[in-house]
Ligand binder design. Structure first.
Ligand SMILES: [Zn+2]
Ligand SMILES: [Zn+2]
Length: 119
């Protein structure tokens, strides 16, 4: 291979690539897409002060299912339901009447029955 033929070859390749670039440049049309409208989601799941845990029917700071701190304390006291992974005294699955104690707390604060538990 001589120097001149090598130069000629690369020139050819460059020319080809340039043409391809031009072609693809023409082919790709710039399309103006309208801005995606963001959906307004204002669904209020919990309108309480965060005091009450709607999901478990227990004040949040005492809820062994939401508060790791509370859970630790219940476990330390030996008050724990292994089967349902919550404080035994808060396990409404084992004894539904336990919910009444917490419902009374809610009623004392808001003057009405707590919302149905929504797990
Ligand atoms: Zn909870
Ligand atoms: Zn249980």
């Amino acid at each position: 291979m001589t120097l001149t033929s090598k130069f000629g070859f690369s020139k050819l390749v460059l020319g080809f690539m340039g043409a391809a670039l031009l072609l693809s440049g023409c082919g790709a049309e710039v399309e103006l897409t309208s801005e995606p409208v963001e959906p307004v989601t204002n669904t209020v799941v919990d309108d309480h002060s965060g005091w009450w845990c709607n999901a478990h029917g227990i004040p949040e700071d005492q809820c062994s299912m939401c508060s790791a701190k509370a859970a630790k304390e219940f476990k330390a006291d030996g008050d724990w339901c292994e089967e349902h992974n919550r404080a035994e005294s808060q396990c409404f699955k084992c004894d539904a009447s336990r919910a009444d104690k917490f419902a009374n707390l809610y009623e004392a604060k808001y003057g009405k029955q707590p919302p149905a538990i929504t797990p």
